[in-house]
Design a protein around this ligand. Sequence first.
Ligand code: SAH
Length: 248
Amino acid sequence: MDIPRIFTISESEHRIHNPFTPEKYATLGRVLRMKPGWRILDLGSGSGEMLCTWAHEHGITGVGIDMSPLFTAQAKRRAEELNVTERVHFIHSDAAGYVADEKCDVAACIGATWIAGGVAGTLELLAQSLRPGGMLLIGEPYWRHLPETEELAQACGVTSVADFLTLPDLVASFDAQGYDVVEMVLADQEGWDRYEAAKWLTMRRWLEQNPDDEFAQDVRAELTISPKRHVTYTREYFGWGVFALIAR
Ligand code: SAH
């Protein structure tokens, strides 16, 4: 079981697989006012940076589920590095339908809401693992500017304008689903640059080391188009943020 190969090649050096920087995760960890011992479930935990650093800084415990064997292995190594292997556990698995045995204080899905068919489905899934009064964390893109045409949306790398909402509409949608938005931390264009631009050097190095790989042409095509696509579309049109929600 694995995710598409382009991600495990282009993001193999990433610690954070979204436009958040280490500083943004630190800010989020601080503003949530977590208590030592809080249990956190993280669906699509990637290379585990959020749980590992929060275990280190705030004494939380956590379980992360991710479908990438590479990212899950990196998460386990990061836990060793930060000396938090007693506190956080990473499981290589499909997180679709995953419900924790023991209820959590925080249930998160940061940049992987397709796991349950979108934001609404992910809220429903996460809520099943949450103690009453617990907090949900959703990391999700939004439109900074609505693309004027469907062609522009596709150039941004999505199938339709309707795939995402504007920030006001996204926040209103949480309200409509019965949640109070109790905190939010938004990524910025520097964060987008760190996420996207870090892929370019990784892909370039991979191509140098794997010229005869059957996948080399795809990686070459992605590296050629990616910087232009990023500066023309992604960094202009897309915002991204993590929203903390408590059921009303
Ligand atoms: N939350 C992490 C990773 C976000 S990227 C971070 O902040 O860095 C999205 C992640 O979802 C990737 O790690 C990918 O491997 C994982 N993923 C994709 N589909 C999945 C699925 N069905 N179940 C579990 N993880 C999945």
